[in-house]
Design a binder for this molecule. Sequence first.
Ligand SMILES: [Zn+2]
Length: 241
Amino acid sequence: MDFTRRIANFLFGMECLGCGSSSERLDPWLCPACRDSLVNGGKEPKFPGGDVLSLYPMVPLTRRLVHALKYGSIPGVASYMVRQSSLSRGGDAVEFLSQFARPFFFVPVPLHGARYRERGYNQAEKIAAAFAGATGGRVCRWLWRKNFHVSQTKLSKSQRAWNVAGAFGAKLPAELPPRGTVFIVDDVFTTGATTSACASALGHDFPLPVKVCTLIYDEPATAAMDFVADCRMEWDGNYGD
Ligand SMILES: [Zn+2]
């Protein structure tokens, strides 16, 4: 049993990260039913805006997994979600990426230093590593975060844009690769404010095309609307019974 699994078992008592049920058949994060549900959701990745790939829609299950990745000290969830997605299993995500020039450079959205120390890792780096592993690309830490900013979660779209504009700086290698595609990597794509700010930080004369990859896509909405969406999911589930 690997170290992260033991930590998770300690923290979560062998419970499925999706439904919370105790199961002997966790793989290691989800019970078979939740994993099937994740794989099914991953068959329909989202492409908000055409230049963005989000491996999953935001539903209660994917939200819980990303929460465990960010706040539950379970970095292994990043590669787990990529492995269960249409990127690793063949599907729309593979087709989407096939239109872009290789090699692929995955640039994680940087975490502020204080949050990095508190969390011990940057979840976007874990996701970038998983994307790189699945596509034969590489992780490039070409961005840094300038200032401490308020958590995005509770802000409106305009507040978010203001909150992150100018928040990032670039630390590019002396010689950039002559060809390929850069993907800014984050956990969630909502309004695109964060990834746009990252792309801007690379500079207007940045020579490579810049796209975006995230684990999940959340409709631009306030936290309250997210809550309503969660309730609707449960009602929809009941209609099927
Ligand atoms: Zn479950």
